[in-house]
Design a protein around this ligand. Structure first.
Ligand code: GLY
Length: 318
């Protein structure tokens, strides 16, 4: 496909892509575009898996993870930010203003302060209400709506909760999981960004795949880019995004590279009903693909013709 183009995980993709694409079409850098897109999604309090409005950890506190990347020697990441709403932009500063790749926890928040990012309360009333509901009756959360996004059932079983108990419709549009954005700009440059509030009701301190270079995101101008969404523990176990880019480097088409990675996950994990994983892959020539482990995932493709929200090219376990 002819650049510029953007790929975004999930149906909330247009929230970010439609904000960022006009500048990309005018020649903006791919990195500017992906950070712009992710920031718009982080700032939307109705998206309950990224940025402000993200669902909190088991203790009721929101923590945010993100990374950005354009090449193996150009990457930045933050994990467990608790005071700042835009981890992807902070990750970019880590990349551009430090000699490091990743900062975590209080020190990452302090870095954001020092860089002039404004702190903000991350827990919204809606997110607090859902957390209170989960805390009082974990079985009441609609697991189908939050597939890939809740701790596996055995976490609750360990707490002695009857997970077959009643389910309640939370009457919200489920937006699921991590935003990953890949862009190819008019100069043929690739960039990616990945941002998440992590698995809902996770153990405090848990970090998933999203801010880890090679897991939630990997970009190499000479081979391609890939990003992930879904259950971070599965993606981490196979270094999913790195694996996809390396398979493309060895000649695999984007869809074949994702399929092989999903097959690796399916072969090496005891999959649970709640597990979901999806990947996007983009080659330097504009060829791209989207595939998921289970039904329910959608991606957004944005070109000069606008944004289209579509089902993936492949579902490994339909
Ligand atoms: N993919 C997001 C997470 O597992 O934290």
């Amino acid at each position: 496909m002819t650049p510029p183009l953007m790929l975004t995980t999930w149906s909330f993709g247009p929230v970010g892509a439609d904000a960022a694409f006009p500048a990309l079409a005018q020649g903006a850098d791919a990195l500017d575009a992906v950070v712009h897109a992710v920031t718009a999604i982080e700032d939307d309090p109705d998206i309950d898996s990224v940025g402000v409005g993200g669902l909190p950890d088991a203790g009721g506190r929101v923590s945010l993870d993100a990374c950005v990347m354009t090449d193996p020697d150009r990457a930045g990441a933050v994990a467990c930010l608790r005071r700042h709403p835009n981890p992807a932009a902070v990750a970019r500063r880590v990349m551009e203003r430090t000699i490091h790749v990743m900062l975590v926890g209080d020190d990452a928040d302090d870095f954001a302060d020092a860089q002039g990012f404004a702190p903000r309360e991350l827990l919204t009333d809606d997110a607090r209400r859902i957390w209170e509901k989960w805390r009082s009756d974990p079985g009441a959360i609609d697991r189908d709506k939050y597939k890939g996004w809740l701790p596996p059932r055995n976490v609750e079983e360990l707490r002695g909760v009857d997970v077959s108990a009643r389910r309640a419709d939370l009457s919200r549009e489920p937006h699921h999981d991590t935003v990953g954005v890949l862009a190819l700009d008019t100069r043929g440059r690739l960039a990616g960004a990945c941002s998440t509030s992590g698995m809902a009701f996770k153990s405090p301190g848990r970090v998933g795949d999203s801010p880890i270079i090679g897991q939630g995101l990997y970009v190499d101008q000479t081979a391609g880019a890939a990003c992930a969404t879904g259950t971070g523990e599965l993606i981490t176990g196979v270094s999913g995004s790195f694996l996809i880019v390396e398979l493309m480097r060895r000649g695999a088409a984007p869809l074949d590279a994702i399929r092989e990675t999903l097959e690796r996950i399916a072969a090496r994990f005891t999959l649970q009903e709640e597990h979901q994983t999806a990947f996007l892959a983009l080659r330097p020539d504009g060829a791209w693909a989207s595939a998921a482990l289970r039904p329910g995932f959608k991606h957004t493709i944005t070109t000069a013709d606008g944004s289209l929200v579509q089902p993936p090219h492949l579902v490994l376990k339909p």
